[in-house]
Unconditional design. Structure first.
Length: 320
């Protein structure tokens, strides 16, 4: 696991050095925006509409719109000065019962492990919280955002749940269409309670799966197997300078994710299917190149054949 934060848990005079790891991961299937006409990925640029130019990262600052079209600007140093990030401490304020916190407050879960020589203090806090049945209510700052947090025990580890501040929870009264009074038929209520009892069961997380993600992955594999694919055109054949820069950037990105590139990760079934997919892409590109070469030869004047420039085959394959 990748360490996302290093600091310490503080309660009373006890200081427990810890490292933080994300306990959850996003399994959503990522998709690119593609131009239907040619099959090329769409690029999104940081553009200033007023100056009509693309803006570099070092020319961007953050701003708060306090009135329509009027902003106050902040440099990085301004935001660091008001941030609690430098404290690197999870400060436990109180110990409470977990049942007292409504699930609406919970945001994201992290695992905490002992850091440096903090193993004894870590074990002490873990076992004391396990026997007390309490959780610690704390304050922490992660990536310049201050949050409340709940420190609790999961198996033989301490875990931290970031939670919303009370003023971040919207009032139920803002929800439209809620009934003013609840009136139900007693017989129907009895039957509904009986149905709930019949459907009640111990919580078994393993039996719940993301059916949509499974169906989508099956569809993706079916399209790959049926060769229902689009190959982006070779942008290096264009002469426009901006198009050439975009093609070079795409080549660099493709090299980074190529299965044959050093440090590339094995992605199981997707990696197994990749060689066949690459072969198909190469065949399409090579056919297109042959056709372009034949057209160029036919159109060139007989007395002065057009000289061909060496082509970077590796770059063409990765761009495609």
């Amino acid at each position: 696991m990748h360490t996302v934060w290093k600091g310490a848990i503080s309660f009373g005079l006890v200081h427990v050095p810890v490292k933080m790891f994300s306990a959850t991961e996003d399994k959503d299937i990522s998709m690119r925006m593609i131009h239907r006409a040619c099959g090329s990925p769409i690029a999104f640029v940081r553009k200033c509409d007023n100056c009509d130019v693309e803006v570099a990262f070092d020319e961007i600052v953050k701003g708060y719109e306090y009135e329509k079209g009027r902003f106050v600007l902040f440099e990085k140093e301004d935001l660091e000065a008001v941030s609690d990030e430098r404290s690197k401490t999870i400060t436990i304020l109180d110990f409470v019962d977990l049942t007292e916190i409504d699930p609406i407050y919970f945001q994201k879960t992290y695992y905490l492990s002992p850091d440096q020589a903090g193993g004894n203090a870590y074990n002490l806090l873990l076992e004391a919280m396990r026997q007390s049945g309490k959780i610690g209510l704390a304050k922490v700052s992660i990536r310049s955002k201050s949050s409340l947090a709940a420190i609790r025990v999961i198996d033989n580890a301490l875990a931290m749940e970031t939670i919303f501040y009370p003023d971040e929870i919207r009032a139920i009264g803002q929800v439209p269409g809620l009934p003013d009074a609840i009136n139900v038929n007693e017989k129907e209520l009895t039957m509904a309670r009986m149905l709930i009892e019949q459907l009640s069961t111990p919580f078994e997380p393993a039996k719940y799966t993301d059916d949509y993600r499974t169906r989508l992955m099956d569809l993706i594999q079916t399209k790959i197997a049926g060769e229902e694919i689009r190959v982006a055109p070779d942008q290096q054949q264009r002469t426009n300078v901006l198009d050439l820069m975009a093609a070079l950037q795409a080549s660099l990105e493709a090299v980074r994710i190529s299965p044959d590139a050093p440090g590339a990760l094995d992605t199981g079934a997707a990696a197994a299917a990749q060689p066949a997919k690459q072969t198909k892409k190469q065949t399409v590109v090579e056919t297109a190149q042959a056709a372009d070469s034949a057209t160029a030869d036919a159109d060139a004047p007989a007395k002065k054949p057009r000289a061909r420039k060496p082509k970077n085959e590796k770059a063409k394959e990765t761009v495609s």
